[in-house]
Ligand binder design. Sequence first.
Ligand SMILES: Nc1ncnc2c1ncn2[C@@H]1O[C@H](COP(=O)(O)OP(=O)(O)OP(=O)(O)O)[C@@H](O)[C@H]1O
Ligand SMILES: [Mg+2]
Length: 363
Amino acid sequence: MPDFDVVLVNVDKTFDGDVRAVIDFNAEIEHGEFVAMLGPSGCGKTTTLRMIGGLEEVTEGKIYIAGQDVTDLAPSQRDTSMMFQSFALFPHRTVHQNVEFSLKVKGIERGERDRQVGEMLQMVSLDELADRYPRDLSGGQQQRVALARALISKPTVLLLDEPLGALDYSLRQQMMVELKKIQRELGITFIMVTHSQQEAMSMADKVIVMSDAIIQQTGTSREIYEAPRTRFVADFIGNNNVFEGTIQSRSGSIVFVESDDGHLFYVRAHHDDNRAVEIGRRAHFSVRADLVHAGVHAGMANQVEGSYVATEFLGSLETDVFEVGGGVLVHVEQHRSASDRSYEMGDRETICWPAEAAVLLLD
Ligand SMILES: Nc1ncnc2c1ncn2[C@@H]1O[C@H](COP(=O)(O)OP(=O)(O)OP(=O)(O)O)[C@@H](O)[C@H]1O
Ligand SMILES: [Mg+2]
């Protein structure tokens, strides 16, 4: 297995009492990759991370780290380090002593310890705070101490469980950039668990979307954003309009889906799964809100009539919401300029999008 740092093959975890926490998890993670496991609470993220780190036994399947089968090895025999969901610093030790701890346990001598800790504190921009105690640090600074402590052993793989979970919005934005920068500089493989799609999409090279113990989709942020594979992913990633209908016909990679009120839509079938495109099958498809237009536009293969319901604001972006047939709400996201039409409740408008904007979903 060339260059894969972490490989999981058909990994299952069932807890006592028949709780199936992880089902048939497969992943190949390359050296130096930043991977995010993304999904709602309880979907099995922490359990998967703990199995990689050896803190939880697998019920079924194999785990390889740097080409070695580690399935039955203890945590200390794996080249991983973990930053826990709720990390605890030693309160009576300084920043320097907190970071130094694992080097001391390993019996590394003082001069070498000081050198390595100094370097690491510089890396996370804490060198000036080396003598402070945790209680005298901000939340973000404490987070960086925990990060430095996990990184000091120079693991092949760092496992991070919601590393930014406890931080407020602006600190989180700042730490996202720093974490990514540190990962790049060290070239260490990071596997990070998060339930925030923004964190996953902005930091990770590869995103694994999970729900209910299974992987829904693995891909780059762009792939997941532009071509969600399942209905769950389309809903969870946000910014997607999901429609339902019956598959009428197929022409190459384009499928024609008829909605219950008789509209025919062009939909891109990007799956090799032929089951998903059977004629007569009920199907969902999604269209990103930023690819939908209000008003009549030339060259748009898909068109429906709707009535205006509301407008949602987010900075310079505005999302107009229209109700189309069958009570479906369609979000139309656009950058507003002063000359654009403004709507009154109930106004009729044409909503359209190009053929390739719609993606067929698996349920
Ligand atoms: N030791 C355990 N014994 C029994 N069930 C467990 C145990 N640990 C976790 N579970 C169950 O396994 C499932 C997955 O839990 P896990 O902690 O992996 O979720 P998570 O995705 O990390 O959620 P969160 O985002 O809330 O941290 C949950 O249903 C949970 O209740
Ligand atoms: Mg968790």
